[in-house]
Ligand binder design. Structure first.
Ligand code: S3P
Length: 185
């Protein structure tokens, strides 16, 4: 019989990478998930900013999106070399073929999925996202949903987050990952 402690130990075996559109709660839910599992938490965007000494918006402005994606790929590769942790990735990371392959090879990927209307309301609270600057968030997110969902669907696990409390998403992620471990021990 598998005890809770054994299940938790297995969950903590591998980095858990959260992917999904802007506003999906990757950072907030990621922090709580890390706390629940007793794992460290890392935020890829924050690590990129620390490495570059500039904000994500400044990197986009000074060097363009392609350069940001290169830096993002390098930083995520470095993080995946670290001991297991919960990793919040930026919304576009899993869309880059190389980054996605790396994440799926080295981590358990979890797509946090929510309706674009919910996401649009959430992202309106912050103005730090270069891809939304001066644009209608709902339009951008609808376009991203169309362009990106096929790639997000390659994640190991999909968790619908909706408007429920973050803890509900954390519980669903833990239950979903446990189920996968039971299905493929
Ligand atoms: C991006 C999402 C952002 C950040 C950058 C690009 C995207 O991260 O990496 O602005 O391409 O969707 P969040 O998903 O944490 O907002």
């Amino acid at each position: 019989m598998t005890t809770d402690a054994q299940r938790k130990a297995r969950l903590n075996d591998r980095t858990i990478a959260l992917v999904g559109l802007m506003g999906a709660g990757k950072t907030t839910i990621g922090r709580r998930l890390a706390q629940a599992l007793g794992m460290p938490f890392r935020d890829a965007d924050a690590e990129i900013e620390a490495a570059a000494g500039r904000s994500v918006s400044e990197i986009f402005q000074a060097f363009g999106e392609a350069a940001f994606r290169d830096g993002e790929r390098r930083v995520i590769a470095r993080l995946l070399d670290e001991p297991p942790h919960v990793l919040a990735t930026g919304g576009g990371a899993f869309i880059d073929d190389e980054t996605r392959k790396l994440i799926n090879a080295r981590a358990m990927s979890v797509w946090l999925k929510a309706d674009v209307e919910v996401l649009a309301r959430r992202v309106a609270r912050r103005d730090t996202r270069p891809l939304l600057a001066g644009k209608d968030p709902l339009e951008v997110l609808r376009a991203h949903a169309l362009a990106r969902y096929d790639r997000y669907a390659e994640a190991h696990l999909v968790v619908e987050t909706g408007e429920a409390a973050h803890q509900t998403a954390v519980d669903a992620i833990i239950a979903g990952l446990n189920q996968r471990l039971v299905a493929s021990p």
